[in-house]
Design a protein around this ligand. Structure first.
Ligand code: ZN
Length: 88
């Protein structure tokens, strides 16, 4: 191999060029896919609303509705869990 240095250099140069081309094209494809995803898919806005069955209040999360329903339970004379029911 060391005796045919010119052939060895050409083989190494071609291999490195092929490797660089593959890296470049893979990066281009990855970038194109990322840009397509960013332009076509917009995140959906938060639209979940849960109306309170006892009053007109609209609550945006199920845990919020759970906490709000506890205030109605307090108002109806049920078992009281907190003393801050007049907050809501
Ligand atoms: Zn309510």
């Amino acid at each position: 191999m060391a005796t045919d240095r010119a052939t060895w250099r050409n083989i190494v140069r071609e291999g490195a060029a092929l490797y660089n081309d593959d890296l470049y094209h893979a990066a281009q494809d990855k970038r194109r896919l990322r840009k397509e995803r960013a332009t076509t898919k917009q995140p959906k806005p938060f639209t979940t609303t849960l109306p309170c069955p006892h009053c007109t209040r609209i609550i945006r999360s199920s845990i919020g509705l759970y906490a709000h329903l506890k205030t109605h339970k307090d108002q109806e004379g049920g078992q009281s869990y907190s003393t801050t029911s007049d907050r809501r």
